[in-house]
Design a protein around this ligand. Structure first.
Ligand SMILES: [Ca+2]
Ligand SMILES: [Ca+2]
Ligand SMILES: [Ca+2]
Ligand SMILES: [Ca+2]
Ligand SMILES: [Cu+2]
Length: 408
């Protein structure tokens, strides 16, 4: 609680935060409270095929609000974002979520057959008490259980400040998705309300020694990107890597209550999972310099032993940029796009080997890196949009990370 009060010396910020808190509470309808719905799994059916009929319901509680992150050159960036308040007492969730925005937002990782209850609490904008923006969660590319859970505010519901809503997702399609807030999407996405989301296929749960097509035999613990039926999407290690970019002028304008330059949006920080190189390879979560909150939790350092297959769950949620990425020196096969395995009408494998993948905003791709003939050492994964190998003015940074191939 009182996370605000632990902030390092910034009296103006403290006062602003306190006023914002008072505004939030003053605006809170009498009797309104955080209400998180977590119905027990009592259907007696093992929908996620792990042998237990009573563990298929998964619960998560996100807060939506504002906060800060730092770019790799130190630049402090005001953000909107999500934070994970799962398990927090309902009465504490508002306080816990205030100024706690993370970029990217907390990763959602599920299993095909799960029943997912995602509660979203809008904690308000502590640094912008003049704003009353609602928020939503939109699962990009996912078939909804009902359209009310879609998160496009014009077509479903959005969550007002002080309110909580529980989304329900029947997790029926494996693959690599993304989620973001869809309220005033250009603004709230540029401001950082973006995250990774993926679903493991039910094929992972097959009994030991199950024969599949093409002579493949499934062993317990084997993992696949999709229900491929033949092991063609098998991987040893997987990493979700979200491409994104920020325009510092837009973020600064938002913090200083200036008109937002929508038409002039020009992103100058390109990132992987919310960080520019070399921050991308720092495996520890990063605290921001304004509040000390751990607001950039996701690194992008990729590690595998020679011979292992790496699955990269790539996505792009930049509002302004297409990005082309490459893993120089490591063969790459695209096996899925838009959360669908690449297969022809007759079931033939239409995946393809390539040296690069290009993703526009809202696109995802699943790529396998084959390290069979790759000498142990450090390789780079980076964008070939060379101007984005920088952190604004600082050269040699931006959209790049390292792939460490160790001895087999
Ligand atoms: Ca189960
Ligand atoms: Ca069940
Ligand atoms: Ca707005
Ligand atoms: Ca960052
Ligand atoms: Cu939002």
């Amino acid at each position: 609680m009182m996370r605000r009060n632990t902030r390092p010396g910034n009296p103006a910020g403290w006062a602003f935060g306190l006023i914002a808190a008072l505004v939030v509470f003053a605006a809170w309808p009498a009797g309104a409270a955080v209400f998180v719905q977590e119905p027990p799994d009592v259907d007696g059916v093992d929908t996620n095929s792990d042998g237990d009929p009573n563990n298929d319901n998964v619960y998560m509680h996100l807060a939506a609000g504002d906060g800060f992150v730092n770019m790799a050159d130190g630049k402090l960036m005001y953000c909107f974002g999500f934070s994970d308040v799962t398990g927090t007492y309902d009465e504490m969730a508002m306080m816990q979520g205030m100024l706690a925005a993370e970029f990217p937002g907390p990763t959602i990782e599920l299993r095909e057959g799960d029943r997912f209850y995602l509660s979203l609490t809008n904690v308000g904008m502590m640094m912008r008490p003049d704003l009353f923006d609602p928020h939503t969660v939109h699962w990009h590319g996912f078939p909804e259980a009902a359209s009310i859970f879609d998160g496009v505010p014009e077509a479903s519901v959005s969550i007002n400040m002080g309110s909580t809503f529980t989304y329900f997702y029947k997790v029926v399609e494996p693959g690599t998705y993304i989620y973001h807030c869809h309220v005033e999407a250009t603004e709230h996405m540029q401001m950082g309300m973006l995250a990774n989301l993926y679903v493991y296929p039910i094929q992972d749960m097959l009994p030991n020694n199950t024969p599949l097509g093409g002579g493949w035999v499934h062993h317990t613990g084997d993992a696949y990107a999709y229900n491929d039926g033949d092991g063609s999407t098998y991987y040893d290690v997987d990493y979700a890597i979200q491409l994104g970019s920020f325009d510092p002028d837009f973020h600064d304008a938002s913090l200083s209550v200036q008109p937002l330059p929508f038409a002039m949006m020009r992103d100058r920080y390109a990132m992987l999972n919310g960080r520019g190189y070399p921050d991308t390879i720092v495996e520890a979560p990063l605290a921001n310099s304004e509040t000390g909150h751990l607001s950039q939790k996701l690194h992008s350092k990729i590690t595998a032993a020679q011979g292992e297959t790496i699955l990269l769950r790539l996505s792009n949620l930049s509002v302004t940029e297409y990005f082309t990425v490459t893993a120089l020196g490591i063969p790459m096969k695209v096996i899925g796009t838009g959360a669908r395995q690449l297969r022809g009408p007759g079931g033939e494998d239409t995946g393809y080997w390539t040296t690069s993948v290009t993703l526009g905003g809202g696109e995802t791709a699943d790529v396998l890196l084959d390290t069979t003939d790759v000498e142990p050492g450090t390789y780079l994964f980076y964008t070939t949009n060379l101007k984005f190998l920088s952190n604004d003015q600082e050269d040699y940074g931006g959209m790049m990370t390292e792939i460490e191939i160790t001895e087999p």
